[in-house]
Design a protein around this ligand. Structure first.
Ligand code: F6P
Length: 566
């Protein structure tokens, strides 16, 4: 099925109505305090449950009318059609002529035969690959799979970058309390040799297993690091006497025991020297940044076990089903995406903070940066025409409470509007008391206080009433009306982590559809890759290549050549 040309959101009646509505709200004055006072039902109307997550959108700069118009906009840009096309494998990633089927990665086995895409029974293939991954994971966890000297693996080292790193490392950090097999993981991504140097420090090569993760198996950073890791392993095993120098058969056996791969390109895996038997595949309909729940998550299946990985998949699926089957008016996933559009295009908010009140989620904002910004940082639409409005917010964040003592000042009192999502959980795996005070409740007190302060602020009169000298009253005023969404879960589990990831995946789809962009290509990373290939020879010796560079690049290289010490 061919995809339709994008509908220009800015020329829809809903857009014009939203602009008028925005202008009216600005003229009247946006006042959350008043909106709460005037409408006792506001919180009820703007609270939602999806899966086991609770959402409170009441502290956003939205009214019933805003949501009604945003839902109209979703309908006018045919969001429902785009969702359906995505879920059923239409090639909506048209610049790469690919289906976008990450939702099939978490479909239950009962869905086999229901999703035949381009002649492939995608759910069956997914389940078959999972079986292979789970068998491997069980073998490593039980000690049946050993290193070359027969010792149990205690560390897996994932080598990958972008989507082949950010999802796995984020989820590894998030789920640490679930590690139950005496296996830990490390993640090497950067081609900067410092990354590999630090991450291999203290590792015992006999008990280390490398998982090379690359969708294409051509990524410079990953293949360079994989070769370095192979050299490191063989040198260390030789130095300790575990294998003999010059014994090629032993070397090949060591690679077999200590290297596995995840890729869509099994030929290249074999070329690298990894036994294709020890490779886990996925498909070109899984985008890198949408792949943590594919074989790309193999390190997670090893560390946390197949049962927890299945729970992770169930969490994604819960939100996939909710999103696809809930009318937009009540669909908090769709509404969050639409409210982001409201801020980006009408309030001109350029950035969006995601602030998890859970230390285990400390890599979640970094993960979301690739998911959202590589997806929607586009200037042309899926038919090649220029976009007609701003696209792609800058997503960023850090866990609370740390952020409170760093950048929250700017969110509270700065001149920019920065919508923020606050994420917390009712339960902690580490309950602690400080005297009589439950520390998790102290933590939650902060989570609640921040959104309250941002929404309702503090007036000059309230500041004065505290006895503040008049000259510093203005500095202590909080204007309020700073929008936040609160997400509260029961506990951070594999299931709820899957839910959270799926939530943001679909928010990205909603925004991308309104803007008419192909959220699933990433051509913007290509030019830098090409130029790096051209420039690298100029750095050390090739004077012709140097002369071919622009003046700024030449000058930087000259400085480098004058100062290098090796
Ligand atoms: O940065 C571009 C990109 O293609 C990402 O989309 C992808 O996640 C990353 O590189 C890694 O690619 P691969 O898994 O093919 O090594």
């Amino acid at each position: 099925m061919a995809i339709n040309p994008p509908i220009d959101a800015t020329s829809t009646p809903a857009w014009a109505a939203l602009q008028k509505h925005y202008d009216e709200l600005q003229a009247e004055g946006i006042d959350l305090k008043k909106w709460f006072a005037d409408d006792p039902e506001r919180v009820k109307k703007l609270s939602f449950e999806a899966g086991d997550l609770h959402f409170d959108l009441s502290k956003n700069l939205i009214t019933d009318e805003t949501l009604r118009l945003l839902v109209n906009l979703a309908k006018e840009v045919k969001l429902d059609e785009r969702i359906k096309q995505q879920y059923t494998g239409v090639h909506i990633n048209n610049t790469e002529d690919r289906a976008v089927l990450h939702t099939a990665l978490r479909r239950p086995v009962e869905d086999e035969d229901k999703y035949i895409v381009d002649g492939q029974d995608v759910v069956k293939d997914v389940r078959d690959t999972l079986k292979k991954i789970y068998a491997f994971a069980e073998d490593v966890r039980s000690g049946k799979w050993t290193g070359i000297t027969g010792r149990k693996i205690d560390t897996v080292v994932n080598i990958g970058i972008g989507g082949s790193d950010l999802g796995p490392v984020m989820a590894y950090e998030a789920l640490k309390p679930y590690a139950d097999a005496g296996i830990s993981a490390r993640y090497i991504s950067n081609i900067d040799p410092n990354d590999l140097a630090e991450k291999t420090k203290g590792l015992d090569p006999e008990t280390t297993l490398f998982i090379i993760v690359s969708k294409t198996f051509t990524t410079l950073e990953t293949l360079t690091n994989a070769r370095e890791a192979r050299t490191w392993l063989l040198e260390e095993l030789t130095a300790s006497g575990a294998i003999s120098d010059g014994d090629e058969a032993q070397k090949a056996e060591a690679i077999k025991k200590h290297f596995v791969a995840v890729s869509t390109n099994l030929e290249k895996v074999e070329e690298f020297g990894i036994d294709p038997e020890n490779a886990f595949g996925f498909w070109n309909w899984v985008g890198g940044r949408y792949s943590v729940d594919s074989a790309v998550g193999t390190s997670l299946a090893v560390v946390y076990g197949p049962a927890q990985f299945e729970e992770f998949l169930h969490g994604f699926h819960e939100i996939d089903e909710y999103f696809a089957n809930t009318p937009f008016e009540k669909n908090v996933v769709a509404l969050m995406g639409l409210v982001n559009v409201w801020y980006r295009n009408f309030f001109k908010a350029a950035s969006h903070a995601v602030l998890p009140y859970d230390q285990y989620l400390h890599r979640f904002p970094a993960y979301l940066q690739q998911l959202t910004m590589e997806s929607n940082g586009k200037s042309v639409r899926w038919d090649g025409t220029p976009v007609t409005t701003e696209t792609g917010e800058i997503f960023w964040g850090e866990p609370g409470t740390n952020g409170q003592h760093a950048f929250y000042q700017l969110i509270h009192q700065g001149t920019q509007l920065i919508p923020a999502d606050f994420i917390a959980f009712a339960n902690t795996p580490n309950p602690v008391k400080d005297g009589d005070q439950d520390v998790h409740e102290l933590f939650l007190g902060n989570y609640l206080a921040q959104t309250k302060a941002l929404a309702f602020g503090k007036t000059a009169d309230e500041v004065r009433a505290e006895g503040t000298p008049e000259e510093i009253v203005p500095a202590r005023v909080f204007k309020g009306n700073r929008p936040t969404t609160s997400i509260l879960g029961v506990a951070l589990t594999p299931f709820s982590l899957g839910e959270l990831i799926a939530l943001y995946e679909h928010i990205t789809l909603v925004e991308g559809t309104v803007w008419g962009v192909d959220s699933y290509d990433q051509w913007g990373v290509e030019l830098g890759k090409q130029l790096a290939k051209q420039i690298t020879p100029a750095i050390s010796k090739d004077d012709d290549a140097l002369a071919a560079q622009d003046a700024s690049t030449q000058s930087l290289i000259k400085f480098y050549r004058e100062h290098r010490e090796f």
